[in-house]
Design a protein around this ligand. Sequence first.
Ligand code: ADP
Ligand code: MG
Length: 621
Amino acid sequence: MPDIQPLSASVVNKIAAGEVIERPASVLKELLENALDAGGRRIDVSIEKGGSELIRVRDDGCGICAEQLPLAVASHATSKIRTADDLFAVCSLGFRGEALASIAEVSRLNLRSRTADAQAGAELEVVGGRSSEVAPCGCPGGTAIEVRQLFFNTPVRRKFLRSPQTEMSHLVEAFTRLALAHCNVHFTLQHNGRTLYDLPAAGSRRQRVAALLGEDLAGSLIEVESVDEDYRLAGLVAEPTQSRANNRMQYVFVNGRVIRDRALQHALQEAYRGLLLTGRYPICFLELTIPADAVDVNVHPAKQEVRFQDGGRLYSQLLSTLRRKFLTTDLTARYQPDRTDGAPAAAAPAMATSADSLAAQSELVAWAKGQLSEKLSAAPTPGADQAFFPDAQPAAAEEADQPLSLTRLDRPAGAELTGFFSGEAGDASGGSRTTALQIHNRYLVTESDDGVVVIDQHALHERILYEQIRAKVLAGSLETQQLLVPEPVDMSASEAAAVFEQSELLAKLGIHVQPFGGETVLVSSYPAMLANMAPGEILRDLVEDLLAGGKRPDRRDLLDHLLHTIACKAAIKAGDRLTCEEISELLAQRHLAQDSHHCPHGRPTALVFTREQLDRQFKRI
Ligand code: ADP
Ligand code: MG
C-alpha cells in the first residue's frame, strides 16, 4: 500500500467540481443563485456555443469588495453561514462556499465586482485554479462573472459535452427554473448574441410562465393557495387538459429554491388521480414558503433535493389544496375548433388571446361555483375530502349512499329502443327540463345553459358507478350476490397466488374466494352489480389488476384499480342502445357524481360546444 497523503487543494477542488459542475447548465445555476443571493434585481445571462465557449452572468446586486475577491473563489469560503447551526437556518440559495472555487478550477474565470460604496471596481482572473492578483477596473455596481472554456484542463470531461444545442437546452432549463422561482427579478438570456428571453420583473407568476413557456399553457393554469399556520402553498397548476408524458413540467420551489421531491410529486399525481390518463403527468408551478428550520437543505451536493422536517404535513396540504380546488372548478373539456378561416394563429395579438382566455376561465370558475353550491344545497354530496381519501372514515360515505343509488341500466328484453328523451330529469339539479338524443349508440347529445353537451355514455356511467361503488365499499355496504353453488375457476399458479394473497381486499369488494385444490379457485359470492357476468370472468379481469400491481402493490392503488375495473365492466357500453328511461336516469345521475367530467381513467365524459362557438362556426358572429 502506498503512503496516505493529504490531497492538494487543486485536486480537492477538482473532485468537488466533479460533484457540483456536471455541465455548463450547472455553472449557470450556481452563478444565478449567487446573483440572486446578492440581491440582484436585474440579471443578464450571455452564452456562447452552448456554454462551452462562454457563460457570463451579470447582476446589479451588492457586489464584493476588492479585498474579498480572492476569498470568493477560495474553496469552503462563504459569506452566507458561519457556524454549523446556521445550516439549519439557511435563507440563501448558496451556503457551501465551493461553487466558484470548483468552477474556477476547471475553466478560465473572470470576476469583476463593485460594491455600492466603492470608488471603482476590482477584477480577478483565475485560470485552471491559478489566481491572478486583484486589479482595479471600471465596472458598474454589482458583479459580472465570465466562465470561458469550461473543462479546458479536464479533456475527458470536455469530451463529454454534448452538442451546443443540447447543452443550450439544459442551460435554458436551468435559467427557466430560477426565472420561474423569482418572478420579481428582471432576467435576460442571450445565446451567440441573440436575445432568447427578456423577462421584465413580472407582475405575476402566470405572466412569467406565459413569457417562458407560452400563452397557451399560462392560460390553462388554475391558481391555488393555502395557508396552514406557518406553511404557505401558492402557485399554479394546469387544467387536466394540459399534461405531459413525463414529470419535467413540475416546478416546485421551496423558499425560493428549485427542488425535486418524490413525495410531493406523488401527492400531485394523487391529486390528479382520475383526471389524467395513465402515463400522463400534471404540470405545476408551486411555491412553498415554510420556516427555514423546517427544511434541511444540506442533503444534496447540487442542492436539488431537500429533507423536510414534516413531509407528511406538506403532502397532505398539497393534496387537499388541489383536490378542493378541483371540486370547485369546472374541468369539462372545451371543444377547440380547428381554424378553418386560414388565418394564421400568430396573427392574433398575443395579449388579446391571453386576456380572452383568462376572462373565459374566470367566468367558467364563477359558473362552476354557482353550479356546485346549487348542487350541494339540492342534494348533500359526501364530504369533499372523503371522496378523495379512500382511507378516511366511512361516515360521510354512508350519507353518499342515498343520492348515489343507481340501478343497473339493464334493458328489459324486447324494450322499445327509442333513444330520444325529452322530459323531466328527476334529478338533484332541480328537475330542470332535459332533452337528450342518443347517437351512434354511444353518445348522448344534450343542451346545457351555455351550449351543447356531447356525453360519452360509457365514460359517464363508468364514473358514476365508480363513485357509487367506492362509497359503498368504504361504508361496507356493497351488495353481494351469494352463489348457491360456489363456482370453480381455473387459473395459472401465479394468478391463483395473487388472488389468495389479496383475498381480504377482494372480500371488501364482495368477492369471496377459497382454495379448491391445485390452481382452482372457488368463488362463493361477487358484487351484485356484476350479476350479468360469470364469476370466472370477473375474477379473471380483476386478477390482471392484481398481477399488474407489481410485487408490493400499494393497497390503496390496488383497491382503486379494482374499483375501476368493476365500474368499467358494470357500465353500459359504447354500442348499447338506451331507452328513454335509461337516458333519463343516466343524465339525472350525472349531477350527483363528484367529478362527472372525467371517467375513472381520466378520459373526459363530456365535451361542451358553447353557443358562442357554434355561432362563430356558423358565422353568425
Ligand atoms: P456560496 O454561494 O455557497 O457561498 P460560492 O462559491 O458560490 O459559495 O460563492 C462564494 C462567495 O462569493 C459567496 O458567499 C458570496 O459572498 C460571494 N459571491 C459570489 N457570487 C457573488 C455575486 N454575484 N455577488 C456578490 N457576492 C458574490
Ligand atoms: Mg453560490
